[in-house]
Design a protein around this ligand. Structure first.
Ligand SMILES: O=C(O)CCC(=O)C(=O)O
Ligand SMILES: [Fe+2]
Length: 201
């Protein structure tokens, strides 16, 4: 499913204005140590279209997902002091028919509390986070799943429209307690490219 590709550092600057970025930063506390940060205008529209064109044309999109190790060429950590990333996964959604099903990025290589920073280019798509339907709840109670399901509340699902040039970060216990997806959207005709920065141990 994935291939490894070496990519040279191509740019050190993002053109993002730190004051503007700070204004638009939304931090959502999902509870129990899970947190999401969303910055709608992380990159300017022009800069984001340059990235889109570069990635769309230069990456050999023979597979839907490509993993790149090494130096991250977009300085995402500037917006996230204290965070570090050493790999980036590239996803291309040719149209609204391409999607990612419910999953958590909880593989052992990402450690116990993975931080995942996702930058989006091109067509807007919906990103949904949903509380993980676990067999045994993480808060210590072990009621059957049927009972817990009835307790689900609107706070158990969060949806973001990932805009061109936006940054969404999942951190803390988000991969342990939540799952996420990018569902099919019949109306989304254009291509979306998404980069997810991760720290692989
Ligand atoms: O395309 C996205 O925004 C999310 C992709 C994703 O969940 C993943 O690569 O693990
Ligand atoms: Fe994911």
């Amino acid at each position: 499913m994935m291939s490894v590709l070496k990519l040279k550092a191509v740019s050190e600057s993002t053109n993002s204005n730190p004051n503007d970025t700070a204004k638009k930063r939304q931090i959502v506390d999902l509870g129990n140590g899970s947190e999401v940060i969303y910055i709608q205008r992380f990159l300017s529209s022009d800069q984001s279209w340059k990235w889109f064109d570069y990635l769309d044309k230069q990456i050999p999109w023979t597979r839907p997902t490509i993993r790149v190790f090494g130096k991250c060429f977009l300085q995402v950590h500037k917006a996230l002091p204290g965070s570090s990333f050493n790999s980036v996964l590239l996803n291309r959604y040719k149209s609204g028919n391409d999607c990612v099903g419910w999953h958590a990025d909880d593989e052992k290589v990402y450690g116990p509390t993975p931080e995942i920073a996702s930058v989006s280019f091109g067509c807007e798509r919906e990103f949904i986070l949903k509380k993980r339907p676990s067999k045994k709840s993480r808060d210590g109670s072990d009621e059957p799943a049927s009972k817990r399901l009835k307790k689900s509340s609107p706070g158990d699902q969060h949806s973001y429209t990932l805009k061109h040039g936006s940054l969404l970060v999942m951190r803390g216990n988000t991969q342990r307690d939540w799952i996420h997806s990018v569902p099919k959207r019949a109306k989304a005709e254009a291509t979306r490219i998404n980069l997810t920065f991760r720290l692989v141990f």
